[in-house]
Design a protein around this ligand. Structure first.
Ligand code: FAD
Length: 463
């Protein structure tokens, strides 16, 4: 009987610490497949993610070929495409690492049954989170809805040690990677900012732990500083696993006790990713349904022009515009600025958080089905353990606090680059002689921050 195996890759585009890949290779001659799933129940990737995906698959095809595994890129409804691949390769078994959105789980369960019915082994593994969402509960047997006890519980767990690469078989030529993604004109600029793939992710982690982590606790909120790990897109595609990050960081903390508390802070941020996966797993559809019911009654403003100004970085609030332009140019935005941009849209402009979430989903290279909606709902107040409704960030005050010399806004908003520090975050309030230094036609603030804050507070209090 054939021992041929298939590894079905999804958000786990790596060779090391890939339990499903190891199981497949141990089973027999292995083919890897990646499917652009066209199933209507699944959330389709955004444009920036599709650009990253294509590059990442090219790197992975080479890494797999070195170990004798060919990668096929396929397109179609998942179930039929998997069954066809099983026939084509005369496979006796299919392996994958689990994913956690309700629609994905339903689909995977259906495919598992179809494979079993066809006499094919189907096995799934944990590979994409630190602890699987169904495996971590409160003392009362409920999913965690508050972060600090979740973090405490997670820290107390034995996080599985990363697995080694599968055995090497005779190398083959790397197949070409064919996705239906035609690179949009803007993708070239993204390439200037990123090294893609598993080896690049490992290098980034090493660099971060060697050079940057000591400054992480104090510097992580300063958008002009490059002290965060920048691992998020690598994690979103599984080019590196959270477990690898966890264990490598712990090893560094043991060898360098002076870095231990900074590493602890870093890992506590990493764990938010798992916390968001708990929500993704247990909730209906976190990208569309508010997690706190009463927010369903919120009346959002219909303001397409305002939304477009926000998307294009023309709100007249420099720190927000800087973030939105950074996003467009690089595919990511600094975390603090993501919070400010989201807060302005949802609270001051009172535009539905789902519209902002969708824009991020399309433009972020780290767009993540758990962390993007999870964080948007956090800002909107409808998430679990969310920002309280009365916390409405003032983007001018926040800019002055976290970008005091204006380095970040000057980098992304050249219109204000010649303004003195005092006015760089509030050009509209500057005296006329200072205003003359604004280059080009920088807009006035899109909202009155004080009045719009009162309006949002009233609307949310009324809920
Ligand atoms: P670091 O500070 O180095 O953190 C390390 C890792 O921890 C990150 O790569 C990420 O995986 C995880 N992490 C850190 N903070 C968070 C957080 N708040 N929530 C979840 N995970 C976190 N992150 C995404 O990965 N994908 C998204 O689609 C996404 N959308 C967001 C939308 C909004 C409105 C906000 C406020 C935040 C969003 N985040 C998202 C969280 C955060 O902004 C990014 O993870 C972070 O900026 C990535 O940079 P880094 O890798 O240098 O982070």
């Amino acid at each position: 009987m054939t021992q041929n195996a298939i590894i079905w890759l999804r958000n786990d585009l790596r060779v090391t610490d890939n339990p499903a890949l190891r199981a497949a290779v141990a089973h027999g001659p292995t083919t890897a497949i990646y499917i652009e799933e066209t199933d209507a129940s699944l959330r389709q990737r955004g444009a920036a993610s599709r650009w990253w995906l294509h590059q990442s698959l090219k790197v992975l095809a080479r890494d797999l070929a070195e170990r004798g595994v060919a990668l096929e890129t396929l397109r179609g409804p998942a179930e039929q495409t998997v069954l066809d691949a099983v026939d084509r390769h005369d496979a006796a078994a299919v392996f994958w690492n689990r994913r956690y959105a309700p629609a994905e789980r339903a689909l995977d369960a259906r495919i598992k049954t179809a494979l079993h019915d066809a006499g094919v082994t189907a096995e799934s593994y944990p590979g994409n989170v630190l602890v699987e969402p169904f495996d971590i509960e409160t003392g009362g047997g409920k999913p965690y809805s508050v972060y600090s006890p979740f973090w405490k519980a997670l820290k107390g767990r034995d996080i599985p040690t990363p697995q080694r690469r599968p055995d090497r078989h005779e190398a083959i030529d790397a197949p070409s990677v064919d996705t239906d993604y035609t690179a949009p004109s803007w993708s070239a600029k993204l390439a200037d900012h990123w090294q893609i793939g598993e080896a690049a992710a490992q290098d980034r982690l090493d660099h971060f732990l060697e050079e940057l982590v000591a400054d992480y606790p104090d510097g992580r909120d300063i958008p002009a500083k490059d002290v965060t790990s920048r691992l998020s897109p690598h994690l979103a595609f599984g080019e590196i696993s959270a477990r690898q990050i966890w264990h490598t960081a712990q090893t560094v903390a043991q060898a360098h006790p002076e870095k231990a508390s900074a590493i602890d802070k870093f890992l506590s941020e990493l764990a938010w990713r798992d916390f968001n996966h708990v929500q993704l797993y247990h909730r209906e559809d976190i990208a569309t349904v508010p997690m706190v019911d009463k927010y369903a009654a919120m009346e959002w403003r219909d303001d397409p022009d305002g939304l477009e100004a926000w998307q294009k970085g023309r709100t007249g609030l420099p720190i927000v515009d800087a973030g939105m332009r950074e996003l467009w140019e690089t595919g990511v935005m600094h975390n603090r600025v993501r919070m400010l941009a989201a807060s302005l849209l949802v609270k001051n402009m009172m535009i539905d958080w789902r519209l902002g979430e969708r824009w991020f989903w399309d433009t972020l290279v780290d767009a993540d089905a758990a962390s993007n909606p999870g964080n948007w709902q956090w800002v909107a107040g409808s998430g679990l353990d969310a920002a309280p409704y009365f916390r409405i960030f003032n983007p001018v005050v926040q800019g002055e606090r976290f970008d005091p010399a204006g380095d970040y806004v000057r980098r992304w908003v050249p219109e204000v680059k010649d303004l003195p520090d005092k006015w760089v975050h509030k050009p509209a309030e500057a005296p006329e002689d200072v205003k003359r230094k604004i280059a080009g036609d920088y807009p006035a603030p899109i909202v009155d921050l004080k009045a719009s804050r009162e309006r949002a507070l009233a609307a949310m209090k009324a809920l």
